[in-house]
Design a protein around this ligand. Structure first.
Ligand code: AVJ
Ligand code: FE
Length: 442
C-alpha cells in the first residue's frame, strides 16, 4: 500500500467500488418493483432494503466519517440500521421505494467519490482511508451475496443468467491430504482490507491432520442420504437431531426426490443434482452428521486456515492457497461469474502447496469452531461488526462461495452464521486426526 502512488490508491478504491455497484445494480435491476419490495423469505430483507442499507453505510463511513460532511439523510439512519430491526420486520418499515433508493445510493456514491478525490492519502491517513473504502466495498459485496441468496429463495421464472461453471480439469485426485504437525501463523496484521476479526497475526500449533482434497460433492452426499443418514440417530449431535426432527429435514435445501432421481432448483432453474459439484445449502448439523457417517469430522478453523495458507517450503502463511496474488478466474470460482459451484477438480491452479483444492470459492465451508476473537483482538471500527457475535451460537465458515466477490475473500477471511442456516451458499469438507508423530508425543 505504501509503495503505491496516491493516484494508484484512489484508482484501486474507485474501481473496487464501481465493480460492487455494478453487481448491486444487476441484482436489483433483474426484478420488477414488486419483487424488489417483497419479502421472499422471513430470513431475508426485501432487496430494496439491502440496496438502501448499502447506501446508508456508505454515507456513514465515507461521506460523514472520512469526508467530515454533514448528514445527507439523517432520518434514514435508524431505518437501515441492521440492529434496530429484525429482517422479518423490515418490509413493514416506511422504506424508500425502488426509485428513491436508487437515487439515494447514487447521490451517496457521488459524494463518496468527491471525498476520495480530495482526502489526503499520507501516513496514517493512507492506511485508515484505504481501510474505510475497502470496508465499504466489502460491505456492498457482502450484501450482494446476501441479495443473491434472496434471489435463490425467490419463486418464479429465472432472471439471472451466467455461463455454466467449469467441469473437472485434473486427473483423479487423492481423497485426502496430510497436513504435518507444527506451528503456523493464523490471521493477519498486515492485510490492508482485513477486518477486525481476522487480526492480529498469531502463531498456532496444529497437530497433524488429514483434510479432504475437495469439498464434499453431491454424489458423496447422496450416498449418506441414500444409506438412511437422515434417519439414523447415531450420526447426529443432540442439537443436530433435535433440529432435523423439529424441521423434518430430509435433504439439502432446494432438493426434491423425483421418480428418476434427485432434482434441485437453482435460481429458478430445475435440474438434476450434479454429482460432481460440491454440495451446497446444507446446515452445520447436516455437515457434522455426514462427517460422522464418513468416519471423519469437520476441520477446526485453525486446521482449515493452515490447509489454505501454510507453505511447507518456507513455513510462511500465504494470502491465498496458490500464493500472494489476488484471485483470477483461473484460481477460483468467485464473483457470481457462474451461478453454481464448479465440479470438484475444476481449479487446479488454485490448489495449495500441499495439494488441497477449492478452498477459496465454490462453497463456504462449515468449520467445527465457534466464532470468537483472536488473542489480542481489538474491535474496529465498531463492536457491532463482529464482537457482538462472538460466542457459541455462531459457527465459523471459511473460503467464500461462487457468490462471493474476490474483494471480500482471502485466506484469513472469517464468516459466521447459525448452525441451522441453509439459505447461504454453504457446503463443507471433512478432516480427521493424523497419526501422532513420535517426536510430538514424547
Ligand atoms: C459477515 C456475512 C455474517 O451479513 O451479517 C453485512 C456481513 N455485516 N453488514 C452479515 C455484514 C454488516 C455479515 N456476515
Ligand atoms: Fe450490512
Amino acid at each position: 500500500l505504501h509503495g503505491l502512488s496516491q493516484d494508484a490508491v484512489r484508482d484501486h478504491a474507485a474501481q473496487a467500488l464501481t465493480r460492487a455497484r455494478s453487481r448491486s445494480t444487476t441484482l436489483t435491476d433483474a426484478v420488477d418493483d414488486n419483487d424488489l419490495v417483497r419479502q421472499h423469505s422471513k430470513l431475508m430483507s426485501p432487496l430494496v432494503w439491502d440496496l438502501a442499507h448499502i447506501g446508508s453505510q456508505e454515507e456513514l463511513w465515507l461521506v460523514r466519517d472520512v469526508g467530515g460532511l454533514e448528514p445527507m439523510r439523517p432520518e434514514l439512519d435508524d431505518l437501515y440500521d441492521a440492529f434496530q430491526h429484525k429482517r422479518a420486520d423490515r418490509p413493514s418499515l416506511p422504506l424508500l421505494g425502488p426509485a428513491e433508493a436508487r437515487a439515494y445510493v447514487g447521490q451517496v456514491r457521488a459524494k463518496a467519490f468527491d471525498v476520495l478525490e480530495r482526502v489526503p492519502l499520507e501516513g496514517r491517513r493512507l492506511t485508515e482511508t484505504a481501510f474505510a473504502f475497502g470496508m465499504i466495498t466489502q460491505h456492498e459485496q457482502q450484501h450482494d451475496e446476501t441479495m443473491l441468496a434472496t434471489h435463490q429463495l425467490r419463486r418464479g421464472e429465472p432472471v439471472l443468467h451466467a455461463p455454466a461453471a467449469p467441469g473437472r480439469r485434473t486427473g483423479k485426485l487423492p481423497a485426502e491430504v496430510l497436513v504435518p504437525a507444527g506451528p503456523f501463523v493464523m490471521g493477519t496484521s498486515v492485510e490492508p482490507w482485513a477486518l477486525d476479526n481476522e487480526r492480529p497475526a498469531h502463531e498456532v500449533h496444529v497437530a497433524a491432520f488429514h483434510i479432504d482434497t475437495t469439498p464434499v460433492t453431491n454424489g458423496a452426499y447422496l450416498e449418506f442420504l441414500e444409506s438412511g443418514g437422515y434417519e439414523q440417530r447415531r450420526w447426529w449431535s443432540d442439537a443436530g437431531w433435535t433440529y432435523r426432527t423439529a424441521h423434518q429435514i430430509t435433504a439439502p435445501r432446494f432438493w426434491r426426490r423425483e421418480p428418476g432421481g434427485w432434482w434441485r432448483t437453482r435460481f429458478g432453474v430445475d435440474e438434476p443434482v450434479p454429482a460432481d459439484q460440491p454440495v451446497v445449502h446444507v446446515s452445520f448439523y447436516e455437515a457434522e452428521a455426514y462427517a460422522a457417517w464418513a468416519g471423519k469430522r469437520l476441520p477446526t478453523e485453525a486446521e482449515w486456515e493452515k490447509a489454505a495458507r501454510f507453505d511447507p517450503a518456507g513455513g510462511q502463511s500465504r494470502r491465498y492457497p496458490w500464493g500472494n496474488e489476488d484471485p483470477t478466474p483461473e484460481h477460483a470460482n468467485l464473483g457470481q461469474r457462474h451461478l453454481s459451484p464448479a465440479a470438484a477438480g475444476a481449479y487446479p491452479a488454485g490448489a495449495s502447496p500441499l495439494g488441497v483444492h477449492q478452498l477459496i470459492g465454490d462453497v463456504w465451508e462449515w468449520t467445527s469452531s465457534d466464532f470468537g476473537g483472536y488473542p489480542g483482538f481489538v474491535a474496529f471500527p465498531y463492536r457491532e461488526y463482529s464482537e457482538v457475535f462472538f460466542g457459541p451460537e455462531y459457527k465459523v465458515l471459511r473460503g467464500g462461495s461462487f457468490g462471493t466477490d474476490a474483494a471480500a475473500i482471502r485466506g484469513t477471511f472469517r464468516n459466521w452464521d447459525y448452525p441451522i442456516r441453509r439459505q447461504i451458499f454453504a457446503g463443507f469438507r471433512c478432516a480427521r486426526d493424523g497419526a501422532p508423530d513420535a517426536a510430538e508425543t514424547r
